[in-house]
Ligand binder design. Sequence first.
Ligand SMILES: [Zn+2]
Length: 286
Amino acid sequence: MVRAAFALGFILAAASSRAASPFDGAGSAGVEVPKPNLEALQEAAAGGRQSGADLYYFSKEEAAAAKKKFGFAVKGPRKPGFTFDKDVPADIQKQMAADLAFIKGIAGETATALHRKIFGKVNGADYTKFFETRVSAIGMNSCGGGNAVACVIPFRDPSKMWLTQNFIRFSHPQVSRMMVVFHESRHTETQNGNWSHATCPTPFRDANGKDMKSIWTGAMLAGEPACDETPLGSYGSSTIMLKNIAKYCLNCTDKVKMDAGLYADDQMGRIIDADAKREMQEDFKK
Ligand SMILES: [Zn+2]
């Protein structure tokens, strides 16, 4: 029995050493051997590279490959509606349904020009349409591991959103979880190169000279692919969404509006192009 366990341990260790980490000789009896993560291996093989510093990242090349693979099938927004994969746990489905119901309940009559261009009005019906014409299915994935909550992996399926177990362990406010969901929804747009992230500068500091850190993970953002150069990208558009909810939601509680404003201001820091930033600041003044 001991010998069998040792032999199995050695095989697993050898398999994982081939795949990623150097063999460190830890395969002796009684030492815990890491299980090979098949999902991570598949993603690595598909060109995925996650630092775990912030939200899921894919490269321009991967978006281009996705367009080549799916481009003819994707001609902009599709018929509304989505399905859950069978393996999405009931509590995660329930949380997603509750979050989308919260978004659907938002009432507002106006919005800034950038918001109207991307989403329409600050209004549940417009947000629901945005989501449901982009996301056709929801499944489970590690999304690169770490603190990831949700992701879109264009080269796998550009209209599918993946959730992680963190979706129900997330310690951030509901409106900020929706910010991640809408950020990811934007990544389904194959016709727009899936709005891949821009690389944050090095060093990357705020107006007070402090290093910029991820509000999701606390990791330093300098040099990470966790920024945007356009108001229309995934960080840009979700910043615009939350800023507008903070300004124009008619039936949101003060807490929701405060959270929305806080996370919008944080994500605004990811807009590294001066013209894009100015355009957004002007837009928010109106
Ligand atoms: Zn993203």
